[in-house]
Write a new protein. Structure first.
Length: 227
């Protein structure tokens, strides 16, 4: 089952949900499907896991990556709006906006409200049930409402990124999927896809899922794992 998502897609979620890794791998997967893809790094919160860290990998695939000017590559300033506004005015088949974590991280989207309001926008909430504040359905709904309030955009779909990094097992993926189904029932939101690391894919019973599975190949590492 392939992920068939197009248009302007905002990837959001709480801090540590894995939304940026999801955004990077979604961009790569759709490009390999033959879709024209652009991606913008709007993460002004997290200094470690950002789309910009995967810039070379994405550009080598032929994906246009919108980042701050080189002199501001490590700045936490809302300086991307003009470039991103241009992407929104002339989107590709798939234009991904990687927003910052939590409600604080998505405030930059409010600055793009005039541009986004003229387009059809999908905003996907990435959820890892093994992270703080997203262990319960109510916790996920609370974060959803906070993100919507600060971004002035409604979340339209859900993504499970259930993992414990190197300790992840198929059971964690199944648990995350079942948990997302509960959130879907409580909110009425569609499950767009779930994620699973590439080494786990052969071990998964795919017929347990009624949604696509995005294969994750990690491209982002914290400074303490970088060589």
């Amino acid at each position: 089952m392939n992920i068939d998502i197009k248009g302007i897609v905002i990837i959001c979620g709480n801090y540590g949900s894995g939304k940026t890794e999801t955004a990077v791998n979604l961009a790569a997967a759709r490009k390999k499907d033959g879709i024209d893809v652009k991606i913008a790094d709007l993460d002004l919160v997290n200094p470690y896991f950002r789309t910009r860290e995967a810039r070379v990998y994405l550009e080598n695939l032929g994906i246009k990556v919108v980042l701050p000017d080189k002199q501001y590559m490590h700045a936490d300033l809302p300086i991307l709006a003009p470039a991103v506004a241009g992407m929104i005015r002339q989107p590709s088949e798939l234009t991904i906006l990687d927003a910052g974590g939590d409600d604080v991280g998505v405030t930059v989207l409010a600055a793009l409200e005039d541009h986004l309001s003229k387009k059809t926008v999908h905003m996907l909430q990435v959820i890892n049930p093994f992270r703080p504040f997203t262990e319960t359905v109510q916790g996920c709904i609370k974060i959803k409402e906070e993100i919507e309030s600060c971004s002035k955009i409604k979340i339209t779909g859900l993504v499970s990124n259930a993992n414990l990094i190197d300790e992840t097992t198929p059971e964690h993926i199944y648990k995350g999927y079942d948990f997302l189904r509960d959130i879907s029932k409580a909110t009425g939101l569609k499950i767009e896809f779930i994620t699973a690391c590439s080494h786990l894919i052969p071990r998964l019973e795919m017929d347990r899922f009624t949604c696509p599975v995005l294969e994750i190949n990690r491209k982002l590492n914290p400074p303490w794992k970088r060589i």
